[in-house]
Ligand binder design. Structure first.
Ligand SMILES: C[S@@+](CC[C@H](N)C(=O)[O-])C[C@H]1O[C@@H](n2cnc3c(N)ncnc32)[C@H](O)[C@@H]1O
Length: 385
């Protein structure tokens, strides 16, 4: 089974050894240079489009400037001969594509998404570098924003180029799976997939966030469980999320601290939901340790923080032997659960007023901070109903 590259790499911003997910904060060119040659099964890359140079677009029915951020501006001053500016873009694309090609395994493949602003440079650089072009997918967005200038067709597609490392590569393609997913017909290179759903943006927005469904299709088509997937421009972490859901290992790199934080929130929320549902069976808030007949008892109600919603099923079982005349708060506590980095179970739990307080108590128990991957805070209130 392929493993993530050894720890000769710099310290990652996020490392989950159990699910083999790792994200680095920094410039992907620097990171790619440190990844061992021929160690990655699949690359998905959504590089900067270099679109943010004063144009306009339509968002939620309003005219807004196309300004996705500093990272999306053409390198260097925004003037001068057009040729020189696009040479810079092409140099950038050639450099990161060559670095990605080096780390791909001999049979590995790469997917690169982009609009017309950048995808032709990407395709040309791939041909110059000797990649083997496999497909150019048209990702069709069913409800694109209208074209406000009325001087062009509405932009409704993005192109995703799929290429193998070189002409000798025997790339992975799960033809049958794709055919089944397409109701028994060969899947075409035109994919209609909706943009990210609201649940995908609940932790914040990335201006060019890709839908999880798109990444899931790509991973299912061209990789196997346990394969190592690399996203050098990981943005909000969509590729890592899809990799986690499909049991692939994944390595991401992101330049912006804000987008890195967003991706950590998205990924950690998924990890906690999965692992906490297994973990919570260990909790027992039953106030009566001895067996007794509670068939005539009333039920208590609980209020729990959303991060630990899974605990509600346990708490709902807590019962009391008499019916109070009015709703009465009988218990209130703030508890912190430390979930282990290696084995996903509660390795320490403590009542504390604040996170700092809880962490101090964790350290006082003799454990290093690095033993815990997550801390889950629950606020419990139990009322007699
Ligand atoms: C088009 S977005 C990727 C969005 C991503 N596919 C998603 O679903 O959220 C490109 C990302 O690359 C990052 N970026 C730009 N230059 C970079 C570099 N040299 N190294 C690493 N990340 C970079 C930007 O901050 C941005 O978040």
């Amino acid at each position: 089974m392929p493993k993530l590259p050894p720890n000769s790499l710099p310290a990652p911003a996020f490392d989950d050894p159990k699910h083999h997910l790792r994200i680095y904060h920094g410039d992907c060119l620097e990171l790619l240079a440190l990844i061992p040659e021929s160690s990655v099964d699949l690359v998905f890359a959504d590089p900067p489009y270099f679109l943010s140079n004063g144009g306009i677009t339509c968002h939620a029915g309003k005219m807004v400037s196309v300004n996705k951020g500093e990272w999306d501006k053409l390198p260097g001053p925004d003037f001068g001969p057009v040729r020189a500016r696009f040479d810079k873009v092409h140099d950038f694309n050639t450099a990161w594509l060559a670095a990605a090609q080096r780390v791909l395994k001999p049979n590995g493949s790469i997917w690169v998404s982009g609009t017309a602003h950048v995808i032709h440079s990407v395709g040309f650089a791939m041909q110059q570098l000797g990649f083997k072009l496999l497909n150019d997918i048209s990702w069709v967005k069913p409800n694109p924003p209208p074209n406000l200038s009325c001087r062009y067709f509405t932009h409704a597609t993005e192109t995703i180029i799929w290429a193998a490392k070189n002409s000798k590569s025997r790339h992975t393609f799960h033809y049958k799976l794709m055919k089944e997913a397409n109701r028994g017909k060969q899947m075409k290179s035109v994919w209609e997939i909706r943009p990210p759903e609201p649940w995908e943006k609940k932790f914040g927005k990335h201006p060019t966030q890709k839908p999880v469904a798109l990444l899931e299709r790509i991973l299912l088509a061209s990789s196997n469980e346990g394969d190592l997937v690399l996203d050098p421009f990981s943005g909000s972490g969509t590729t890592l999320l899809a990799a986690f859901r499909l049991r692939r290992h994944a390595l991401g790199c992101e330049l912006s601290a804000d987008f890195l934080t967003l991706s950590l929130r998205r990924i950690c929320s998924n990890l906690v939901q999965v692992d906490l549902s297994l973990t919570c069976v260990q909790f027992s808030l039953d106030p009566f340790p001895d067996p007794m007949d509670r068939s005539k008892c009333t039920h208590s109600r609980t209020v729990i923080s959303s991060a630990a919603r899974n605990l509600s099923s346990v708490l709902a079982g807590a019962t009391f032997s008499r019916m109070p005349p009015q709703l009465q708060l009988v218990q209130q506590e703030r508890r912190f659960y430390f979930i282990g980095r290696i084995k996903r179970e509660v390795i320490f739990s403590v009542l504390a007023d604040s996170l700092d307080d809880a962490r101090q108590k964790f350290r006082a128990s003799g454990r290093p901070d690095s033993d815990a991957l997550f801390i889950v805070k629950t606020e419990t209130e139990i009322y007699l109903a």
